[in-house]
Structures are given as structure tokens and as C-alpha cells.
Design a protein around this ligand. Structure first.
Ligand SMILES: Nc1ncnc2c1ncn2[C@@H]1O[C@H](COP(=O)(O)OP(=O)(O)OP(=O)(O)O)[C@@H](O)[C@H]1O
Length: 305
């Protein structure tokens, strides 16, 4: 079977009188398998939105190839469009419509029924707010409505562009559950985000983008494994003698200060077992490498999402 998405050597330069030339997408290639939850992770301005718009067929690249479900997004064909769900920014809503009217408008565009529209409002937890005008919905509710609109046509392939931007942590977690459920139904999901922990929590594979390029693609666990970084184990100081600390560190790095002792170890299980048997677990914190460390390693610069 064809891949869900195949992208080869996409390029797009914006030319503005004030900004000059901006190479927003500078030779991007990747492949997304059917059923995958694929993330495009990068800081603001990395070129994620431009890449996504090109893949969705909303924007034409200067050069490069896109295949969606085995077909070219150009010229547009209703057959293909019907199989895609594109989450538009909430700002694209008609603010004077209610949530129900908004999604029913989308349903009509996709040839879906009103019953399906009502079901999608239910799925995203907005059934009780169906009669509320879009402008009166909270940020999280608007994002959920925009996801419901993207799903109303029962798409195989769903594109979500920073769906949790500017949401509070609880609303973000709720949306994570919704996105997981969409993927669990067998839909391919492509998500752009500048939240590391979001990519880590949701995605099967992640493309790390920076300055218009895909720097690397792997699963979150694969990235972290390849990094081969030590685990940092922190405990409160004053629980162990210096000799015992040196013994436990057994040649690996140990630092202290600020009332803590920090071990960097490649064998956290052994160290934690020893600390437990010494009864020295006060203030325990264990930090393994995360995608932030991966970003630094892959791009050579600190994450400043
Ligand atoms: N329509 C446009 N005209 C001119 N420059 C643009 C346009 N859209 C984006 N850019 C520029 O292209 C670069 C990539 O932008 P893009 O929106 O694709 O990145 P992004 O990773 O999605 O960032 P963000 O998270 O801020 O949306 C940025 O430097 C941006 O300023």
C-alpha cells in the first residue's frame, strides 16, 4: 500500500519588500506511514506551518514533490480532499455562528449529515455548548470545535497545526486524549507543535525541524536511546557521607550544591537500589534525557520553543 504521505525535497522561499527573502522550507523530505501519529516539531519560524500547508495542498511549493494517499494534491480533486481533514485555525470561524451552525457548515462542504456533525460535537465534548456562538467559546473549546470540523468528513488523514497552542495545561491534556482517540480509530495524524512534551507524549515518530530543514526523524524513544545520555539522579544532601557518595558514583559524575547531590549515571537501577537500601531517598528526583536534550544534540542549539 502507498504511504499516507511522501514528501521529497520541498522548497519554498517567501519574498517580501521588508523581510527580503526568507527560505521558509529548504529541502524537506519525509514519509508518513498509514495509521501513524507523526509529529513535526520545531521552534517558531522553523517552517512547520508552511510545510504543512504545502502537504495539505493549500500552498504550492517552489519545487519538490508531495504525494498524499498515493496521489498528487495538485490539481485539487474532490475525491482526495474528502479523505483529508484539515484543522483550520479557530480564527477562521464565522464568529456570529453557533458551534452547531459552524460544524454543520463544514459537514455540508464534506457531504456529511447533520447527525454526523452532532456526533462530532459530542466526541469533542461540546454537545452542551452547541448553541453558543463561536466567539463566546473559550480557547480550548474553539480548538476542539476546529478539530471536530476537521473530523466531520470522516477523513483518513488528519492535519493538526499547533492545536494546543496557548491552552492551559488541563485543556492541553484533554486535547491529547482526543488526539490519541482519533489516531486509535485508525486515522493517520500529522501534528505540528513547538511543545516537546506534546511530541514525546503523542507521536510515533517526530521530524525535528529547524530553519526550514528536517534535521532528523525518529521515534521519541529512538532519539533518546541514540543520544545515550546519562540519567540524572538528585537527592537532598546530608544523607550520605562523602565517602559513600564517591563509592556510589563509582567514577561517574557527581555534583552538588544548593542542598542537593546530583549523580549522573548510566546504571540508574543499580544506583537507586543502593540509595534505597541506604535509606537516602529524601528529595529524590530522577531525570532521563528528553526531546529537549535531543534538540540540542541534533541542531547544536538550545531549545527556545
Ligand atoms: N506568507 C508569508 N510571507 C512571508 N514570510 C512568511 C510567510 N509565512 C511564513 N513566513 C516566514 O517563513 C518562516 C517560516 O514560517 P512558518 O510559519 O512556516 O514557521 P512555523 O515553524 O510554522 O512557525 P510558527 O510556529 O511561528 O507558525 C518564518 O520566518 C516566517 O516569518
Amino acid at each position: 500500500m502507498d504511504a499516507a504521505i511522501e514528501v521529497a525535497d520541498l522548497r519554498k522561499t517567501y519574498r517580501g519588500r521588508r523581510t527580503g527573502e526568507v527560505r521558509a522550507v529548504d529541502g524537506v523530505s519525509f514519509r508518513v506511514e498509514r495509521g501513524e501519529f507523526f509529529g513535526i516539531l520545531g521552534p517558531n519560524g522553523a517552517g512547520k506551518t508552511t510545510t504543512l500547508e504545502i502537504v495539505e495542498g493549500l500552498r504550492r511549493p517552489d519545487s519538490g514533490e508531495v504525494r498524499l494517499l498515493g496521489r498528487s494534491p495538485w490539481p485539487h480533486s474532490p475525491d482526495l480532499t474528502r479523505r483529508l481533514g484539515v484543522q483550520l485555525q479557530a480564527s477562521a470561524f464565522f464568529e456570529f455562528l453557533t458551534a452547531r451552525e459552524q460544524i454543520e457548515t463544514f459537514a455540508e462542504l464534506y457531504g456529511a449529515t447533520k447527525a454526523r456533525a452532532a456526533e462530532m460535537l459530542e466526541t469533542v465534548g461540546l454537545a452542551e455548548h452547541a448553541a453558543v456562538r463561536c466567539e463566546k467559546l473559550s480557547g480550548g473549546q474553539q480548538q476542539r470545535l476546529s478539530i471536530a470540523c476537521a473530523l466531520v468528513g470522516d477523513p483518513e488523514l488528519v492535519f493538526l497545526d499547533e492545536p494546543t497552542a496557548a491552552l492551559d495545561p488541563q485543556a492541553r491534556r484533554n486535547l491529547w486524549d482526543l488526539m490519541r482517540a482519533i489516531n486509535a480509530e485508525g486515522r493517520t495524524v500529522v501534528l505540528t507543535t513547538h511543545y516537546m512534551e506534546e511530541a514525546e507524549a503523542l507521536c510515533d515518530r517526530v521530524a525535528i525541524m529547524d530553519a526550514g530543514r528536517v534535521k532528523a526523524v525518529d521515534s521519541p524513544a529512538g532519539f533518546i536511546r541514540k543520544l545515550d545520555a546519562p540519567t540524572r539522579v538528585t537527592i537532598a544532601s546530608g544523607q550520605l557521607t562523602d565517602e559513600r557518595i564517591a563509592e556510589l558514583a563509582s567514577g561517574e559524575t557527581v555534583t552538588g550544591g544548593d542542598g542537593t547531590v546530583v549523580f549522573e549515571t548510566r546504571d540508574p537501577r543499580k544506583l537507586l537500589t543502593a540509595l534505597a537500601s541506604d535509606g537516602a531517598l529524601e528529595g529524590l528526583a530522577v531525570r532521563t534525557a528528553n526531546l529537549e536534550d535531543v534538540f540540542l544534540h541534533v541542531t547544536g542549539r538550545e531549545w527556545r520553543g
